[in-house]
Write a protein that binds this ligand. Structure first.
Ligand code: IPE
Ligand code: IPE
Ligand code: MG
Ligand code: MG
Ligand code: MG
Length: 323
């Protein structure tokens, strides 16, 4: 996407410099494996973008942007263990390559590295950044806990799902925007609207992630149908349960209580039901609703029209992406 390609280049080159700056050890190689797997770099890009629109210097915002991307990558390493995922960004997951114990440690190291990057700020700014960061990090863990608990729970409401994705995914995007604003000394009122924009667009982003898990192609770089295999209570599943006929409801809930060795039939039958009830259309409607909400916060920002339109375009991309 044109809007972020410039930021992406800056981020990649900052990562290259960073990788020479911490200890030269085996664990560093493991961290580098994860950080050079690719990835869209959406989170640091939006931090830099937001910082720029408020007149901040890229040099000042870069450590925070890197901290957020490293933290995100740490959560992915641990998430892939939790979700028993084999591939990430088209390559084998860290826990497949190094084993679960070393992947856990690699993730821990990345989390600490992300905090270390925030050491670079003057005390007053550092405190604001760390407060935003810590709130996000604790909520993200709560969201991940809910995500796993729902796998084994029969009764999950759509509202539970929305709360879960807000925590596991949306608050990180919210913090990326807010921390970009903090780096540039944006007004407090704007920090609030930046956060709300990020949160609502983040909810739509996770709905799209769930759609792509089932309906995406190899560009996602993930195992297709992973959420179905793991009995994840996504909006696709919960909406299908709500709108399907009695027989299909029964089939769905039976499949979601099982974990067959060969999941092909399970995946195909579940997708067949999702298609039969046009579940993707419900997902589109929900994404639209959250995008609209997100955009209403963009309109409250004290930025000019061009900057607001770019924010909106970024949000649009997050929600409509196909990988
Ligand atoms: C994946 O995020 C994890 C989610 C919260 C959905 P991305 O789709 O941004 O993953 P990368 O960083 O580009 O690989
Ligand atoms: C990811 O949710 C949320 C976090 C990593 C915190 P998913 O489990 O859906 O992400 P992917 O699909 O594996 O990237
Ligand atoms: Mg996962
Ligand atoms: Mg997960
Ligand atoms: Mg997913």
């Amino acid at each position: 996407m044109d809007l972020i390609s410039g930021y992406k280049e800056l981020i990649e080159s900052a990562f290259t410099k960073l990788s020479f700056s911490y200890s030269d050890s085996l664990i560093q190689k493991q961290v580098d494996y994860v950080l050079t797997l690719g990835g869209k770099r959406l989170r640091p890009a939006i931090t830099l973008m937001c910082n720029e629109y408020y007149g901040g210097s890229t040099e000042v915002a870069m450590p925070a942007a890197l901290a957020l991307e490293i933290f995100h990558n740490f959560t992915l390493v641990h998430d892939d263990i939790m979700d028993e995922a084999p591939i990430r960004r088209g390559k084998e997951c860290a826990h497949i390559r190094y084993g679960i114990p070393k992947a856990i440690l690699t993730g821990d190291y990345m989390m600490i590295l992300s905090y270390k990057l925030l050491e670079e700020y003057a005390p007053e700014k550092s405190l604001l950044l760390i407060k935003s960061f810590n709130k996000m990090a604790m909520e993200l863990c709560e969201g991940q806990q809910m995500d796993m608990e729902f796998e084994d729970r029969d009764q999950v409401e759509i509202l539970d799902y929305l709360q879960m994705i807000e925590k596991k995914t949306a608050v990180l995007l919210a913090a990326c925007l807010q921390m970009g604003g903090i780096c540039a000394d944006a007004p407090a009122k704007d920090l609030h609207h930046l956060y709300e924009f990020g949160k609502n667009i983040g909810i739509a982003f996770q709905i799209q992630d769930d759609v792509l898990d089932t309906f995406g192609d190899e560009k996602t770089g993930k195992q297709k149908g992973g959420d179905i295999i793991q009995n994840k209570k996504t909006y696709l599943y919960l909406k299908a349960l709500e709108v399907s006929g009695r027989a299909d409801k029964e089939i769905l809930s039976q499949w979601y209580q099982s974990q067959p060795e060969n999941p092909t039939d399970k995946i195909n039958e579940v997708i067949h039901i999702f298609d039969k009830y046009n579940i993707r259309e419900y997902c589109n409607q929900l994404k639209e609703a959250y995008s609209d909400l997100a955009n209403s916060h963009v309109e409250q920002l004290s930025l000019d029209r061009t900057a607001k339109d770019k924010m909106r375009a970024f949000g649009e991309y997050l929600v409509r992406r196909n990988y």
